[in-house]
Design a binder for this molecule. Structure first.
Ligand code: FAD
Length: 309
């Protein structure tokens, strides 16, 4: 793993930097490339033009590692209001949530009830509630949460990370139990004992897992489960299309807002189902550091914003 990537992933967990960097105007200007604004209204406004072109979005409020039950309840209340607003406006917008933002560390039973409630609300409008996957400390709890909630409602999707060696084994029960799945490469710093470190190994695992998901979708076209492939890697998108994404019902590509607009246009022109994930919120620092770690060229945008006034 490159030194720059390791440094940004380290920075993403540093509370001192998280407290200070976001106060600077240059940092706000740089992050705006990946984030249309800090409020739900900003995310829904950015969804508008996409949704009107038939491209659905997923919106998520940034924040993680909440250790206070009251704060977690506030985050849940925000998402409840967001679901109500999206439903009222009939938008093709889904929600994605982070377990540690919703207080998995302080009140897991409240989180269980909340995920079932929002999963049911999503199911009523034939959409999904997506559960993000965070660092490996949370993998077991997050998968268990998704499987418990899926037993109650079909409106549940969970993210799995191809860089974790365990994901080969984790995938099967999720497929069998009809949990919708978003496959990503993995954005967290993990020890080599549990994760592939080399990009080629991660890519090989990603494609192996993706093929299993696509085969499963092809065999059960009316299961209602969706399989989303979250990646901006153009070679990977080509391999996914070759493997069936774009033809097999239930399979789609997901990308982050502001990344790879050319690739997003290509998907639209080719009629490949895809969604754009839009983040919003004031607590963007760790998330932004992970985006810089993914592509050192993004650092230039940060530096250019430092000199541009
Ligand atoms: C919709 C979606 C949801 C996600 N949810 C999660 C989650 O819940 N948990 C989690 O751990 N991770 C999540 N991720 C992040 C994911 O794990 C990867 O870190 C990220 O997508 C980078 O991997 P990649 O396959 O896109 O490209 P890589 O293999 O990292 O890079 C290949 C190429 O893709 C392009 N690219 C990749 N990233 C960027 C970027 N930030 N800016 C510009 N170009 C870029 C570049 O051209 C790069 O050379 C999510 C990603 C997406 C798209």
């Amino acid at each position: 793993m490159g030194l720059t990537r390791t440094a940004f992933l380290w920075a993403s967990t540093n509370p001192w930097l998280a407290e200070r960097l976001p106060r600077y105007g240059f940092a706000k200007r740089a992050v705006s490339r990946f984030m249309p604004g800090e409020t739900l209204a900003d995310a829904l406004a950015a969804s508008g033009p996409l949704v009107s072109r038939g491209i659905g979005t997923v919106v998520t409020m940034l924040g993680e590692e909440v250790r206070d039950a009251g704060e977690a309840a506030g985050v849940a209340a925000h998402y409840r209001d967001a679901e109500r607003e999206i439903s009222r406006r009939g938008l093709d917008v889904e929600l994605s949530v982070k377990p540690t933002h919703l207080g998995i560390a302080v009140d897991p039973s409240a989180l269980d009830a909340f995920v079932v409630e929002l999963g049911r609300a999503a199911e009523r409008r034939t959409r999904k509630l997506w559960i993000d996957m965070e660092g490996s400390r949370w993998t077991d709890a997050t998968l268990a949460l998704a499987r418990r909630a899926r037993a109650e409602t079909g409106g549940i999707g969970v993210c799995v990370q191809a860089n974790l060696r365990r994901t080969d084994a984790d995938l099967q029960p999720l497929l069998e139990e009809g949990v919708s799945i978003r496959l990503v490469k993995g954005a967290y710093l993990e020890p080599s004992s549990i994760a592939y470190g080399d990009k080629r190994e991660v890519d090989a695992a990603y494609l192996r897992l993706a093929r299993r998901m696509i085969d499963h979708a092809a065999k059960a076209p009316s299961s209602g489960a969706r399989y989303a492939f979250g990646t901006h890697d153009r070679a990977m998108v080509a391999a996914l299309r070759e493997a069936g994404v774009g033809g097999v019902p239930g399979c789609e590509i997901q990308m982050l807002y502001g990344i790879g607009p050319a690739a997003q246009r290509e998907l639209a022109e080719a009629g490949v189902p895809h969604r754009i994930l839009i983040s919003y919120g004031a607590r963007w620092f760790p998330w932004y550091m992970r985006r810089l770690a993914e592509r050192p060229a993004n650092v230039w945008f940060l530096l250019r914003s430092l000199v541009a006034r």
